[in-house]
Design a protein around this ligand. Structure first.
Ligand SMILES: NC(=O)c1ccc[n+]([C@@H]2O[C@H](COP(=O)([O-])OP(=O)(O)OC[C@H]3O[C@@H](n4cnc5c(N)ncnc54)[C@H](OP(=O)(O)O)[C@@H]3O)[C@@H](O)[C@H]2O)c1
Length: 316
């Protein structure tokens, strides 16, 4: 049996659909049914039910503003740091393998080769970088799993979301039976607040991750018994976000049912104030493990096509 935490969320539902499709016996847990955020509750549940694998798709994705109210900060810390720490302890004490959904947002920028030198460019929304990318995309490289995150509480520039996600990785690092799965900016054809195609346009260059491809790759790593540890799970090929916004702009906010915005309300209220990072992630480690995703251009083309073909979402 597989235990799926955060099963009601954007990533959680994608994991649930894939587990169902693969015929797994799994328990999708929601805090309403069982408060898995409490150590004694989760420990007791895992000890009794003995799952062979735990998936942590729970977390909090607000705007990440650094000027958040104390209550919002507490929510971020509870969902994105204390919960992964709780799961890590339970997994260690019950010798259970598990996987955690992290975020590429713990990095800002990319490695850029220019004039024979490699340098880190943190702000990929700068015009000269976008021009360089348009002319010579081969000069841009993503961060690997061995690069230290550079958009964390230790860095002057960060946001609260990225800070908490980076802290969680520190908590988990070194656990011998834990996978840390890092998506780029997530997208697919579901009208949800977490979906980049349903969000306001942003500027910059970024790695993207198709959520269906992501969950398949995560499960494949575990099924094939790939070495535990951190994996960047992005569709190869970076995307210029303004171009993406142009391609899907008419599919954005107005076509998303209001109910989908509840969780994202704070995000959209505050989005303009948040310090945002866009980054490129290198997926060579995933490729070496036999789990390479399809190119981002292909995944995007298929997704936009499906989105246009969905009657409930079609735009005039
Ligand atoms: N969406 C994105 O843009 C994005 C990008 C990169 C990484 N991620 C990461 O992917 C994971 C899942 O994100 P998502 O987009 O699927 O989020 P989501 O749709 O908001 O769902 C997250 C789920 O987490 C559970 N949860 C547990 N503790 C929580 C708390 N204190 N506050 C709010 N929810 C809590 C909730 O499920 P129950 O209440 O039913 O238990 C909720 O449905 C998170 O770790 C997130 O950081 C998301």
């Amino acid at each position: 049996m597989i235990l799926l935490l955060g099963a009601s969320g954007y990533f959680g539902r994608a994991f649930g659909a894939e587990l169902r499709w693969r015929g797994y016996d799994f328990i999708p847990l929601s805090r309403r049914a069982l408060d898995y955020t409490r150590f004694e509750v989760l420990f007791d549940f895992v000890r009794r039910r003995r799952p062979e694998f735990i998936i942590n798709a729970a977390g909090w994705n607000g705007s990440g503003n650094t000027d958040l109210a104390a209550a919002a900060r507490a929510e971020y810390l509870a969902a994105n740091v204390i919960l992964p720490q709780t799961i890590a302890r339970v997994a260690l004490m019950t010798n259970t393998a598990w996987g955690h959904v992290s975020a590429g947002a713990i990095y800002a920028g990319a490695k850029v080769i220019a004039d024979g030198r490699i340098r880190i460019e943190r702000d990929l929304s700068r015009l000269e970088l976008r021009e360089l990318f348009a002319a010579r995309p081969e000069c841009f490289f993503g961060f690997t799993e061995w690069d230290a995150p550079n958009f964390t509480f230790r860095d002057a520039a960060h946001n609260f979301f990225s800070g908490t996600k980076a802290l969680a990785e520190e908590v988990i690092r070194g656990q011998t039976r834990a996978y840390v799965w890092r998506p780029g900016i997530p997208f697919d054809d579901r009208p949800e607040a977490g979906n980049a195609l349903a969000q306001p346009p942003a500027a910059g260059i970024a790695s993207l991750t198709h959520v269906g491809d992501f969950v398949r790759a995560c499960l494949n790593l575990w099924e094939r018994q790939a070495a535990a540890g951190t994996y960047n799970i992005v569709n190869p090929g970076a995307v210029v976000l303004e171009e993406l916004a142009g391609r899907c702009g008419r599919m954005a906010a107005p076509v998303v049912p209001a109910a989908c915005w509840n969780r994202g309300a704070e995000f959209y209220h505050c989005a303009g104030k948040a310090v945002r990072s866009h980054s490129l992630l290198d997926a060579a480690k995933l490729r070496a493990a036999g789990g390479e995703l399809r190119p981002v251009a292909e995944a995007l083309a298929e997704t936009l096509e499906r989105w246009r073909g969905t009657p409930a979402l079609a735009v005039a």
